[in-house]
Design a protein around this ligand. Structure first.
Ligand SMILES: *Cc1c(COP(=O)(O)O)cnc(C)c1O
Length: 451
């Protein structure tokens, strides 16, 4: 048969599997050559966006060869199986202590914390701990519905609130503010507030919320009302940036009111996708009922997670990064990203129609700008579309309430986005701008139409 001939001939694109579209609804009845199946799946994925041009994501899109090797070697390691993979469990525990130390926990050798699949799972766990602690502290004092007070949070906190039946009190943005401001707290907290979430690197503008000032305001509220409201810091991105670029900034366990911190290892932690972290100030802040004990190296190991089985490779890669880069390495990498962001911001601001809402200096290595002047003749959505034609993903979106009439564009610089890449983006942005601001007549002239 012809098919057999092409099989023997051995060419991937003359194989039976490549002779028809790949299955969409039903598993094929027969097996195929792995090389052929690999190539066809690989080719299909070429239709995805190019991760290196994705300036919308905070997540890791580049890893060194050693990480690729460790990830491949860890394929069979299940994070939950502490008995079978005690050394992977040990590495997770080292990472927790290293992070507790990085975030200035008072007793980092005995802090409690864990890895998760990302900041979202970490937020669920931290939120649950807040809810349980609130319930314990209420004792027999009534049965109001718990609430969580925050500024413009990432969607994971909306999920937490809905899944675990907590009222999310999102404080509207004030004019000119990129996040929650201390004087806004008093009107929103009450005896049923399980905590305040402060964000170190908001998803909308990338600036840090003023955690220390929020904490001082909660102290004042405590003095006036007797309420003792804890802070959880969502440091998804900032947890791996602030300690290196702004070590003097007090946002972490140096503030006694901060009871827990989460961060995404797979964002500025530079680990591959699939790892986040949550650390509590002390085991006192993680209610015992939430912790399950599993046997580990003959002893027992506390675990707190939403998942059961989970890959170990990302956690191992996180530890490799700590060992390989050290504080100096993280500092150099994040500093380079910040320099690139600041320079790009200056150049974009110099183009004329844009003004920076965030210039990349004090928060995450990123910039955020709006279009100034009512009649630019185009919108940031138009610009985002144009840039997309060149492969760049630079999202445009409205700010959260009550600043939803402001549309912004955000560019994230992370490891893998070099100064050269930023330059190429700038050149494309400049030519998109030229196309958008020249009238239709100019378009026709450029296209060589003759009337
Ligand atoms: C990305 C992000 C999250 C969600 O983190 P994942 O690791 O993607 O689950 C939560 N909060 C903030 C501030 C973020 O930037």
């Amino acid at each position: 048969m012809a098919l057999h001939r092409t099989d023997r001939f051995g060419d991937i694109y003359a194989s039976p599997l490549s002779g028809a579209p790949l299955p969409k609804y039903r598993m094929p009845s027969g097996a195929s050559d792995p090389r052929v199946a690999y190539q066809l799946v690989h080719d299909e994925l070429a239709l995805d966006g190019n991760a290196a041009q994705n300036l919308a994501t905070f997540c890791t899109t580049w890893a060194d060869d050693q990480i690729h090797r460790l990830m491949a070697e860890s394929l069979g390691k299940n994070m939950v199986d502490k008995d079978e993979y005690p050394q992977t469990a040990e590495i997770e525990s080292r990472c927790v202590h290293i992070l507790a130390d990085l975030w200035n926990a008072p007793d980092s050798r005995s802090t409690i914390g864990c890895s998760t699949t990302g900041s979202s799972e970490a937020a669920m766990l931290a939120g649950l701990a807040l809810k349980w602690r609130w319930r314990q502290s209420r004792g027999a004092n009534g049965d109001g519905r718990p609430n969580l007070v925050c500024g413009p949070v990432q969607v994971c906190w909306e999920k937490f609130a809905r899944y675990f039946d907590v009222e999310l009190r999102q404080v509207p943005l004030e004019d000119g503010a990129g996040g929650l401001r201390p004087h806004q707290l008093r009107d929103h907290v009450d005896a049923n507030t399980i905590g305040v979430v402060a964000i170190l690197g908001t998803t909308f503008t990338c600036e840090y919320e003023p955690v220390a000032a929020l904490s001082r305001e909660l102290d004042a509220i405590g003095r006036d009302t007797g309420l003792d409201i804890p802070i959880h810091v969502d440091a998804a991105s900032g947890g791996f940036v602030a300690p290196f670029l702004r070590p003097e900034l007090e946002w972490d366990f140096r503030l006694p009111r901060v009871v827990s911190v989460n961060a995404s290892g797979h964002k500025y932690g530079l680990a591959p996708l699939g790892v986040g972290w949550v650390v509590w100030r002390s085991d006192h802040h993680l209610p015992e009922e939430l912790v399950f004990r599993v046997s580990y190296l003959g002893g027992d190991m506390p675990t707190f997670a939403l998942n059961f089985s989970r890959p170990g490779g990302e956690v191992i890669a996180q530890y490799y990064n700590f060992v390989r880069l050290g504080r100096e390495g993280y500092h150099e990498i994040q500093q380079r990203c910040r320099d690139t962001a600041v320079r790009l911001g200056e150049r974009i601001a110099g183009l004329g129609p844009f003004s920076l809402l965030y210039d990349g200096r004090d928060g995450l290595p990123a910039i955020c700008y709006e279009l100034t002047g009512a009649d630019a003749g185009f919108t940031l959505f138009d610009l985002a579309d144009r840039l997309r034609m060149r492969g760049w993903q630079v999202p445009a979106y409205p700010l959260p309430p009550a600043r939803e009439s402001t549309v912004v564009q955000r560019i994230l610089i992370r490891r893998g986005i070099s100064a050269d890449t930023a330059d190429l983006l700038f050149a494309d942005l400049t030519s998109c701008l030229r196309e958008l601001t020249s009238g239709p007549g100019d378009d026709a002239a450029r296209a060589g139409f003759h009337h």
